[in-house]
Design a protein around this ligand. Structure first.
Ligand SMILES: NC(=O)c1ccc[n+]([C@@H]2O[C@H](COP(=O)([O-])OP(=O)(O)OC[C@H]3O[C@@H](n4cnc5c(N)ncnc54)[C@H](O)[C@@H]3O)[C@@H](O)[C@H]2O)c1
Length: 450
């Protein structure tokens, strides 16, 4: 989709309400799209991409759709991605293997960081120290010690830094947050979240280019601080499969779910977690499990169950179910469904085991206290659906929020503190899984507890 399509999707969306049986459906309005107005000359933003792979390209393509934003440079460790960056943003952009060349350029305001996780901390810290605003992909951290380094640099340099779990900018999540806060499901007591897949691509077996070699790939730079091993194209292109560069399903997928839960429930993190799982199917040399599930406690009175199954034997899905005393709410990227089945007002009775004359008398007493009533008025609407407009993209909104903040210097919601708390919560699953113990976390102080 290009920017025009997004705008069209926005303008097509009308707010409608439909009643089908006991379900009321609301078609949500798209957020007002950026008008294609000229931007003042001093409002132009020049950005660069560090880590020009799949997601970095996606983020940067969206940023380039915003008025007054120009992509002027890209850094990557594989020639094929640098060539692609030139195809996308022009042959005159600076394309380099060394991101320091980008950071040295005074005319570059901000960078998108789309490297594998083991480079997130160093690239973010270097970029902010060089005066650049940052959009860093999730998970913000690879290991816990990354968190304070990023947060300290962010505070010291006073830069805008946004982390890339784009769901937190979704209109669906915002609606879920509003409904929950308004008491739509009563007191929240349980949250179930999941990310299930069943395909090779879903399980990170990404295609290795035919020309991958030590000539086309800058392997030492790519490895960075990871253990030094001989060039391995699978590690380079399918890095999520190894803990040295990623953090398994916890860092790749749970982090999106925790970002959503923290945003929707207005919480900062769990107190403890216990995880289990195993490598069940994708036995291709990886050292990360392909099935993982964990249970978490939150101080705010709810428990959370999270899972990923890369062998789910069926359709691929992700979502959230929030369960409360008065109902439940199911949230997916494109819609939310609120179900409310009011608790019975009467206690009911169980008289069967007793002698018939006792049953008879008990029923008389019961109905004196609770006279039989017949339903009156309109039929109960038990379900409410809120559906995003066609073509809606929370990713577009998320990148737009970052670009707006670069101009306004106003804080963003998914800042490094939010990013660390989401990733810190997600990675508790790994701490517990690998230790076989309960993992404990101080969400306020953002510290692992022993
Ligand atoms: N927000 C989302 O929904 C979402 C989706 C996919 C990926 N991601 C995140 O995006 C990041 C990238 O994932 P991907 O799938 O695009 O990976 P990828 O392997 O396709 O791209 C990473 C690129 O970074 C380059 N790189 C590595 N070290 C570098 C360095 N020091 N300097 C410059 N470039 C370097 C690599 O050469 C590679 O091309 C990950 O952190 C991942 O978790 C987020």
């Amino acid at each position: 989709m290009d920017r025009r399509d997004f705008l069209k999707a926005g303008s097509m969306a009308t707010v409608g309400t439909y009643l089908t049986g006991t379900t009321k459906t609301f078609l949500m309005a798209a957020p007002v799209a950026e008008p294609a107005k000229p931007v003042a000359a001093n409002d132009h933003i020049q950005i660069a991409l560090i880590g020009a792979g799949g997601q970095g390209q996606g983020d940067t393509r969206l940023a380039a759709m915003m008025p007054g934003v120009k992509v002027v440079a890209a850094a990557d460790c594989y020639n094929g991605c640098l060539e692609r960056a030139k195809e996308l943003w022009g042959k005159d952009i600076l394309a380099t293997r060394d991101y320091n060349e980008i950071l040295a350029r005074k005319d570059i305001d901000a960078v998108v960081i789309g490297t594998p996780d083991h480079w997130h901390m160093q690239a973010s810290v270097d970029a902010m120290n060089a005066g650049k605003d940052v959009y860093c992909e999730k998970p913000m951290i690879h290991v816990y010690s990354d968190g304070p380094k990023i947060i300290d640099t962010w505070r010291k340099t006073n830069r805008i830094m946004q982390v890339g779990s784009q769901g937190v900018s979704s209109i669906i999540y915002a609606k879920a947050k509003e409904l929950l806060a308004a008491g739509a499901i009563g007191e929240l007591n349980m949250v179930n979240v999941w990310y299930d897949r069943n395909s090779a691509q879903g399980a990170w077996q990404y295609t290795v280019p035919y020309d991958a070699s030590t000539t086309t790939c800058d392997w030492p730079r790519w490895l960075g601080t990871a253990p030094k091993i001989a060039f391995n194209p699978e590690h380079f292109f399918q890095w999520r499969k190894w803990k040295a560069y990623g953090s398994g399903v916890a860092g790749d997928l749970f982090v999106h779910l925790f970002s959503g839960v923290h945003m929707i429930t207005d919480t900062i993190g769990p107190t403890r977690a216990m995880a289990t799982g195993g490598l069940r199917f994708w036995k291709d040399g990886r050292d990360a499990p392909d099935v993982m599930m964990a249970l978490y406690d939150y101080d705010k009175g709810f428990n959370l169950a999270v899972r990923t199954n890369f062998v789910d034997g069926g359709s691929e899905s992700m979502g959230f179910v929030f369960v409360g005393s008065e109902g439940s709410m199911t949230v997916s990227p494109s819609e939310l469904t609120l179900s409310r089945v009011p608790r019975e007002q009467e206690p009911g009775y169980r008289v069967d085991p007793f002698a018939e004359h006792i049953q008879k008398r008990m029923l008389e007493i019961y109905h004196q206290k609770y006279p039989t009533t017949h339903p009156t008025g309109p039929s109960l609407v038990a379900e409410e659906r809120h559906v995003a407009p066609p073509g809606y993209s929370e990713h577009y909104d998320h990148v737009k929020i970052w670009i707006d903040a670069i101009r306004s210097r106003q804080p963003v919601f998914e800042d490094p503190v939010f990013g660390f708390r989401a990733a810190g919560a997600a990675l508790l699953s790994n701490v517990s899984y690998y230790s076989g113990q309960m993992a404990r976390w101080d969400a306020e102080e953002m510290k692992l507890l022993s």
